[in-house]
Write a protein that binds this ligand. Structure first.
Ligand code: SF4
Length: 104
């Protein structure tokens, strides 16, 4: 797909991720076990590392990042980022234009 992800409605992004995202084969890898199952910290960190590796070669990585920045997920690994990392990216995106205008 050669369309700017930000121009796509969320429903289209969800469809693309569901049909082409590499995580579709094993959603638990990115989302973790359900709320009723304990996941030790070491297991969670290891799982998230593997999920990030899967994201690195995902064919819809750019769409996934756009989706995650827009919907602000509260759990899971999205485009290789955890929710708190996505929040930091959003903050950087807000301040970057001002910073660039200062150096220009
Ligand atoms: S970038 Fe990662 S989380 Fe997003 S669709 Fe691809 S594999 Fe799934």
């Amino acid at each position: 797909m050669s369309v700017d992800p930000s121009a796509l409605p969320l429903v289209d992004l969800v469809t693309e991720l569901g049909e082409r995202g590499d995580c579709r084969h094993d959603p638990d890898l990115h989302m973790g076990p359900d709320a009723f199952e304990d996941e030790p910290l070491a297991d969670r960190l290891a799982r998230q590392d593997v999920a990030r590796e899967v994201c690195e070669s995902c064919p819809v990585w750019d769409l996934c990042l756009d989706y995650a920045l827009r919907v602000r997920p509260t759990f899971g690994v999205w485009a290789g980022y955890l929710p708190r990392e996505l929040a930091a990216l959003r903050r950087e995106a807000r301040t970057l234009p001002a910073a660039l205008s200062e150096v220009a």
